[in-house]
Each structure stands twice: as structure tokens, then as C-alpha cells.
Design a protein around this ligand. Structure first.
Ligand code: HEM
Ligand code: HEM
Length: 176
């Protein structure tokens, strides 16, 4: 399959929808009430979990789209930038997956039943297990910070292309 030179509308819509959802997800995660023994998920947690599952579903869709509609790195870029941008993009996919799965496992090990935006019950990935819940909590926090660090690098690179190199890389992801 010959890679395209520009991102198409579905890739752009999915990219910016996931950005908007992540911009909601971090503040909800930090502001929702702390977890304590015997608690049941309140509104903040229900929205955090639901938005998280939505991010996972849209990222999976986007990943499939990317595999079936490959886009070549901007041809004017030096080799090291092509390789590093591809590596950062793959890392972003991996870290979104790791963050959502560890969060979902954490909620499952607590023995919670959580609904998707109060509409339908969400399937849980495992049964009640307090010890496993404690270790996965640390992993959800580690992956959420690793994801945030990678996003900062990705956005810094996008801004560098826009304002320092002025080479049109940002335009590839913006509406025409
Ligand atoms: C990419 C998506 C996600 C991001 C960026 C994210 C981010 C966060 C953040 C910032 C916190 C606060 C932790 C802290 O106090 O440092 C948190 C906590 C939590 N998240 Fe997520 N989350 C995501 C997806 C999910 C999903 C899909 C679920 C469940 C299905 C989930 C379940 C939880 C739970 C149960 C907590 C409370 C436990 C804890 O404090 O670690 N998260 N998340
Ligand atoms: C304000 C924030 C952001 C800006 C300005 C931005 C900008 C861009 C740009 C310009 C590209 C195209 C790069 C190229 O052609 O080589 C791109 C691609 C990409 N971005 Fe972002 N981005 C942002 C946030 C995010 C976030 C939060 C994520 C994911 C967690 C993300 C994931 C990706 C991925 C995976 C690609 C590769 C293309 C694809 O698979 O669809 N971006 N971004």
C-alpha cells in the first residue's frame, strides 16, 4: 500500500477528538474525590471511567485507520526527525492503551460496577482483588505521567515545526 502524503479527514477528526477528551480527562482525574476503602464510584469517577473507555475506543479506531491508511512522514524532514516522530507516535498509542487498561483493571479489582455515562453497564476486566488493586494503582499513575510527558514532547515538536522550522508539518494535521 502506498502511504499518503497528508492526513485525511477521519484521522484529523479522531486526532482532535482524542486531544479534547484527554484535556478533560486529566483535570477530572486530579479533581475527583480520592479513593478510600469501601467507596462506590460517584459522578466524577463515572465520567472519568466513561471518558477513558471512549478514549480507548477512539484510539483503537484511529490505530486501525492508521494501519489501513498509512501516511508517510513529511518528505522534507531530515532522517532523524522522521524516525523520532514515528517513534513518538507509536509511543503515544502504546501509552494511551497502557493508561486506559491499567485504569480499567484498577476499577475492576475494586469490585466496582460502573456504567458508561449512566447509560449501559460496563464489563469489568477482572474480579474483586484488593492486593492487585494496590499494585495496579501505581501503574495507572506511572502510565498517566509517562503519557503526559510524551504529549508535552509531541506538542513541543509540533510547535517547533510551526514557529521555528515553519515547514508545514502542523498543516498536515489542521483542517484545510
Ligand atoms: C488515557 C486515559 C486516562 C487518563 C489520562 C487518566 C488519568 C488519571 C488521573 C490523572 C488520575 C488521578 C491520579 C492521581 O491522583 O495522580 C486517575 C485516576 C484514576 N483513573 Fe484514570 N485515566 C485514564 C483512563 C482511565 C480509565 C479507562 C479508567 C477505568 C476504566 C480509569 C480509572 C481510574 C481510577 C479508578 C482512578 C483512581 C485511582 C488512582 O488514583 O489512581 N482511568 N486517572
Ligand atoms: C495541542 C496538542 C497537539 C498538537 C498541536 C498536535 C499536533 C500534531 C501534528 C501536527 C501531527 C502530524 C505530525 C506529522 O505529520 O508527522 C500529529 C500527529 C499525531 N498526534 Fe498529535 N498533536 C497534539 C496532541 C496529541 C495528543 C494528546 C495525542 C495522543 C495522545 C496525539 C497523538 C498523535 C499521533 C498518534 C499522531 C500520528 C498520526 C496518527 O496516527 O494519526 N497528539 N499531531
Amino acid at each position: 500500500m502506498t502511504p499518503r502524503l497528508q492526513y485525511g479527514a477521519p484521522a484529523k477528526i479522531l486526532h482532535w477528538s482524542i486531544v479534547a477528551l484527554l484535556a478533560l480527562q486529566y483535570p477530572i482525574g486530579w479533581l475527583m474525590p480520592d479513593i478510600h476503602r469501601g467507596m462506590t464510584p460517584g459522578t466524577g469517577m463515572t465520567f472519568h471511567v466513561s471518558i477513558g473507555i471512549l478514549i480507548l475506543a477512539l484510539t483503537a479506531l484511529r490505530f486501525l485507520w492508521r494501519l489501513t491508511h498509512p501516511v508517510a512522514p513529511e518528505s522534507s524532514l531530515p532522517g532523524w526527525q522522521r524516525v523520532s516522530s514515528e517513534a513518538v507516535h507509536w509511543l503515544l498509542y502504546a501509552l494511551v492503551l497502557a493508561t486506559t487498561i491499567t485504569g480499567w483493571l484498577f476499577a475492576s479489582y475494586r469490585g466496582w460496577s460502573v456504567s458508561f455515562f449512566y447509560l449501559v453497564p460496563l464489563p469489568m476486566l477482572a474480579s474483586d482483588n484488593a492486593a492487585a488493586g494496590r499494585s495496579i494503582d501505581g501503574l495507572h499513575q506511572a502510565t498517566e505521567w509517562a503519557l503526559l510527558t510524551t504529549i508535552v514532547i509531541h506538542v513541543a515538536a509540533a510547535l517547533a515545526h510551526q514557529f521555528l522550522y515553519r515547514d508545514g508539518v502542523m498543516q498536515r494535521m489542521l483542517p484545510r
